[in-house]
Design a protein around this ligand. Structure first.
Ligand code: ZN
Length: 222
């Protein structure tokens, strides 16, 4: 067996990166209509952090916990090519870690539903209950940085264990600090714009059909 991805650490955002949609936004729209957009717009204007926006949005939900998790799982559709991409990475010797602000239980349930090979998941916990209001318990490894309330780069620093290369896949504001620390970046949506602005080279992506080949090419060039 060849191992082109030996000592490669692949960090994957989840919502909008592994999945087609942001599953939380889909659930919020179903459960509370446009009410969640108030904090989303406040975040876009830079008035509150993305983490605070997510906390306020989750706090709007009054759906019982099992139903909320089931809705979040149902909203998840994998991006084209993801299954083969993941299998190829693991077969090739890569270590794959999901670093997400999304709900860990929902991500784990999607993994089970899709019968995907196990990966490490660093994500958030759903706290509280629908009566008093839900809250988000962000990953305790994600300490603050000068830019983020809960920085994913801290999670990367914690999980990195001797790997010589880091590849990052992301789509959002919260993935920028990961991209800054990566050797190879795959970016879409807002992250692509932020990388362009900061002069961080990236591969644009929508599906995963070409991602394995791009990673192999960079491995071979070293
Ligand atoms: Zn940060």
């Amino acid at each position: 067996m060849t191992t082109p991805f030996e000592r490669l650490l692949v960090i994957l955002d989840y919502d909008g990166t592994i999945t087609v949609d942001d599953c939380n936004e889909v659930v919020l729209q179903q459960a509370v209509g446009d009410a969640w957009r108030v904090s989303d717009e406040a975040m876009q204007r830079g008035e509150i952090s993305p983490n605070e926006a997510f906390r306020r949005q989750i706090g709007l939900l009054r759906v019982p916990r099992p139903e909320l998790l089931a809705m979040t799982v149902a909203a998840a559709r994998l991006r084209p090519g993801f299954r083969d991409f993941l299998a190829g990475l693991l077969d090739g010797g890569a270590r794959v870690v999901i670093v997400s602000d999304g709900l860990r239980e929902a991500i784990a349930a999607v993994w089970e539903r899709e019968r995907l090979p196990a990966v490490e998941i660093h994500a958030s916990e759903l706290l509280g209950d629908p009566r008093t209001g839900y809250d988000v318990g962000f990953n305790t490894l994600a300490l603050a940085c000068e830019r983020c309330e809960h920085c994913k780069a801290h999670v990367l620093r914690h999980v990195r264990n001797g790997e010589v290369r880091v590849a990052v896949f992301g789509d959002g504001d919260g993935d920028l600090c990961l991209a800054r620390h990566a050797d190879i970046v795959f970016a879409r949506r807002r992250l692509a714009g932020l990388c362009a602005r900061e002069g961080i080279a990236f591969h644009p992506f929508d599906g995963y059909a070409d991602a394995l080949a791009a990673l192999e090419a960079t491995a071979a060039s070293r």
